[in-house]
Design a protein around this ligand. Structure first.
Ligand code: 5GP
Ligand code: MG
Length: 179
């Protein structure tokens, strides 16, 4: 589908996203005040969210990245996740916060939390910008959630459609209507 010919419906504006991320940052700042925070962001979907989130946390912290891939369609988790690029530092003893774009089926977050626990962090929590609870296959709630959304395919602000549109500064949904 060529989404440029379809009508876009804004779900979250730049301002709404920025203001919610400030709140999340303040909460994380409070919770991690005397901890040893290591943010592990999952590429590529969370790169924009993570960049804004870490700048709203006024604490000393380290940032590292991981890439996972799921077999099959990239827009839907098939249930089988693998690590395609791992963290590049030792996370043992750190208070790790895994940052991703969304918990949809939650297969990815479930896998990553279990995988990273094997590296003996002091603690591990998760933070996602969006949560689609209606789509769960694994019972898991992220510790920090930006917004809950209904079962719609979202694009923009890191979310892609065919690897494009990640740079759109707001989050939108594509409707069936032509522009
Ligand atoms: P999971 O199903 O494992 O929770 O999420 C797997 C991945 O599917 C997410 O990290 C995200 O990349 C992708 N995904 C899930 N829902 C959407 C959506 O509405 N839009 C886009 N662009 N990607 C999504
Ligand atoms: Mg992803």
């Amino acid at each position: 589908m060529d989404i440029t010919t379809k009508k876009w419906e804004t779900m979250f504006t730049e301002e709404e996203i920025a203001s919610r991320i400030k709140e999340l940052g303040k909460q994380i700042e409070k919770d991690y005040k005397d901890k040893n925070l290591m943010v592990v962001a999952l590429l590529r979907g969370s790169f924009i969210f993570c960049a804004d989130l870490v700048r709203s946390i006024d604490l000393p912290l380290r940032v590292n990245f991981m890439t996972t891939s799921s077999y099959g369609n990239s827009e839907e988790s098939s249930g089988s996740v693998k690590v395609s690029s791992d963290v590049t530092v030792d996370i043992e003893g750190y208070d790790v916060l895994v940052v991703d774009d969304i918990t949809d089926t939650a297969t990815t977050m479930d896998f990553v939390l279990k995988y990273l626990k094997g590296k003996n962090p002091k603690s591990i929590k998760s933070c996602v910008l969006l949560d689609k609870p209606s789509r769960r296959k694994v019972e898991l709630e992220a510790d920090y959630v930006g917004f809950e959304v209904e079962d719609k395919f979202v694009v923009g602000y890191g979310f892609d459609c065919g690897d494009y549109f990640r740079n759109v500064p707001y989050i939108f949904n594509v409707t069936d209507e032509d522009r």
